[in-house]
Design a protein. Structure first.
Length: 262
């Protein structure tokens, strides 16, 4: 269930998202937004992106708890960037951050702030982030900010009070659910990476059932498959049938409305 980059299944949408993120950083675009429904792989993409940033020698900060006040956000950013400032006065802390960003710019080192679960950010914190992007040279932004969140993030950014921030978003990318064929390939790839010698552990009917119940959402597919493997092991079965998937779906209250049609 953890967003392990080694299990990444690269659809065209995933490749487009990674290309958009890397392009935005390389060209100092300022704000980039990544959105997608729950369980569609946003955090896995961010982990891949963070690995790429480290390979580019970029300075990074990752905000995983968006429920912060503006002053707490600044403290978190300074701490994650390892920027020391003995003063507790906000203006001096901002000056210290600006000096550090200019130093990194002179060294040619990108600086990237990633905010996960950004749909939970308050309007005040979003405004604080917008003001941070005012730190710039005549030609480019000193700080690149990636906002990642569920579709509610789009609705949040659409508020009239955030129009200044919205105008600064230069790039957007999305994650989505798998098609039926992608669900099959996703399951087979994960089995292969995990060391399975057989690709037919899940019957074709079971995979169709998994797709129907999960709606192609990767996280739900993972839960259904993992529990199905445990059930099959306990019952000494070598192939997983759709009936096993239906039992697990009911246990976990997944897509009960779909079960009648499976």
């Amino acid at each position: 269930m953890s967003p392990d980059p080694s299990f990444l299944y690269t659809t065209n949408q995933v490749l487009e998202a990674l290309a958009t993120l890397s392009y935005g950083v390389n060209h100092r675009k300022g704000f980039i937004v990544l959105t997608g429904d729950v369980g569609t792989g946003k955090t896995t993409i961010l982990n891949i992106f963070m690995q790429w940033l480290r390979a580019q020698n970029a300075a990074t900060a990752f905000v995983y708890n968006p429920r912060l006040r503006p002053e707490e956000l600044l403290d978190f950013i300074l701490a994650d960037f390892h920027v020391r400032c003995p003063s507790t006065i906000k203006s001096r802390r901002l000056l210290r951050l600006t000096d550090w960003l200019l130093e990194k710019h002179r060294e040619g080192q990108p600086v990237v702030l990633v905010v996960d679960e950004a749909q939970q950010l308050s309007a005040d914190v979003l405004e604080e982030l917008r003001l941070l992007t005012n730190l710039e040279t005549p030609t480019e932004k000193l700080l690149q900010i990636v906002l990642s969140g569920q579709p509610e993030l789009d609705a949040l950014l659409a508020q009239p009070s955030l129009r200044q921030l919205r105008q600064r978003i230069t790039l957007r990318c999305r994650t989505g659910a798998f098609s039926a064929e992608q669900t099959k390939e996703y399951i087979e790839q994960r089995l292969h990476i995990a060391g399975a010698e057989r690709r037919d552990i899940f019957s074709a009917e079971a995979i169709a059932c998994i797709h129907e119940i999960s709606g192609g959402i990767a996280r739900v597919i993972n839960v259904l498959c993992e529990q199905a493997l445990i059930h099959a092991f306990c019952e000494n079965k070598t192939t997983i049938a759709p009936e096993t998937i239906e039992v697990i779906a009911r246990e976990y209250h997944y897509a009960a409305q779909n079960l009648a049609s499976v």
